[in-house]
Design a protein around this ligand. Structure first.
Ligand code: NAD
Ligand code: WQD
Length: 339
């Protein structure tokens, strides 16, 4: 069976993808500097699957150190999750974001070229559709104008991959544009563990529910949506992880660049998320309505037809599953991986 290198594989999406790949019979190597994750996540991946994961603690930007991973293993494909992802922080520290996100990409591509590895899947984002495109987003739409440096790193990296594949006809690239991943593995052993105050909605909701934060502020209730709060395409992280397994199956037998949206195609509002979380878990989430957050779009959701048609992938989990599993992870691990 093929061996897959997960760059940034100890993180939220990488850890869930590792479990699905191992369960599908792939061998997994993780390289991570734990900038936003914990080695405990890797131990738990092994516990869930009963399989071993080869772990390298290193900064992917360091191309020479990374070369050791390629030299010591026969790698069939790479999945590149290694990036900084906090939108607000990227506005404060743009140079750090450009340096980390772009250098990790270049370092991976250089080593792949040096060691003859031809397959890479990249964690892109719905953010590349920018402000101009109309929902639902389809893959052939032009990349848009982003509102923050994080988004621009994704736009730039998609361009880098397209140029690299143009120059090397044997290179196979899959750009996966994730929508809003939430939820956790049903075991409650791995999940999203943001450091500091969460930027994203679901970790904030769960931390209020568990008593770590006082109150959720819902950013704006005067948007042109059915209840005035923003709508998003929330996707269960296990469905998302399974999309990576399908993309690996695909990439091993195709060349060139393909882009896939990974979303459900169904938007839900912030209020619907809070209400569903409260209902399925039987717990109150204190919340107030506040001002809009700068840079937020009223709506964002996918047309996910291409992933179904080409990869045979579609989501299976419901919003109730997402809310139940997020809470199961949070209540079993109130302080994340740092017990
Ligand atoms: P995460 O922060 O949990 O995982 C990223 C991992 O990369 C972490 O383990 C971190 O330690 C590691 N990392 C970062 N820089 C590194 C470096 N220089 N060297 C080695 N390791 C490094 O984030 P996630 O939610 O799992 O996201 C994974 C990828 O998906 C990211 O590229 C992110 O931008 C992208 N993405 C995430 C979302 C989302 O909402 N979670 C949406 C769209 C795209
Ligand atoms: C969701 C909704 C907020 C927090 C971001 C990135 C995007 C992608 C996914 C990586 C919005 C509202 C949130 C809170 C709230 N990441 N909200 N109170 O902004 O859709 O997408 O993560 O690529 O690029 O921009 O996700 O979870 O931050 O917000 O009311 O305390 O929840 O306004 O409507 P977003 P989010």
């Amino acid at each position: 069976m093929a061996t897959i290198l997960l760059a940034g594989g100890a993180g939220y999406i990488g850890s869930h993808t590792a479990v699905e790949l191992l369960d599908s019979g792939y061998d997994v190597i993780i390289a991570d500097n734990f900038a936003n994750s914990s080695p405990e996540a890797v131990r738990r991946i092994e516990k869930i699957t009963g399989k071993n994961v080869k772990l390298y603690e290193l900064d992917i930007k360091d191309a020479d150190k990374l070369a050791e991973v390629f030299a010591e293993n026969k790698i069939d494909a790479v999945i590149h999750f290694a990036g900084l992802k906090a939108v607000g922080e990227s506005v404060e520290k743009p140079v750090m974001y450009y340096r980390n996100n772009i250098d990790t990409t270049l370092s991976l591509l250089e080593n792949m070229s040096r060691f003859g590895v031809k397959n890479i899947i990249f964690s892109s984002s719905a953010t590349v559709y920018g402000e101009e495109n109309k929902v639902p987003y389809t893959e052939e739409m032009k990349r848009g104008v982003c509102t923050n440096p994080y988004g621009w790193t994704k736009v730039m990296m998609e361009q880098i991959f397209e140029d690299a594949a143009k120059a090397d006809k044997e290179l196979s690239v899959v750009l996966l544009r994730y929508f809003n991943p939430i939820g956790a593995h049903e075991s409650g052993m791995i999940g999203e563990d943001p450091q500091g105050i969460p930027n994203n909605l679901m970790p904030y909701v769960s931390q209020v529910a568990v008593g770590r934060r006082e109150c959720l502020t819902i950013f704006g209730n005067d948007y042109p949506t059915h209840d005035g709060t923003c709508t998003r395409d929330y996707i269960h992280v296990v469905d998302l992880a399974k999309g990576h397994v399908k993309a690996i199956d695909y990439i091993l037998s195709h060349n060139g660049v393909e882009i896939f949206n990974l979303g459900t195609g169904t938007p839900y509002s912030v209020t619907e998320i809070v209400d569903t979380f409260e209902k399925v878990n039987g717990i109150k989430v204190n919340h107030v309505y506040g001002a809009r957050r700068a840079g937020d779009l009223a709506e964002c959701y996918a047309n996910a037809d291409k992933a179904l048609k080409v990869l045979g992938w579609k989501t299976e989990k419901t919003l109730e599953d997402m809310c139940r599993d997020s809470w199961n992870w949070q209540k079993n691990n109130p302080n994340g991986y740092n017990k």
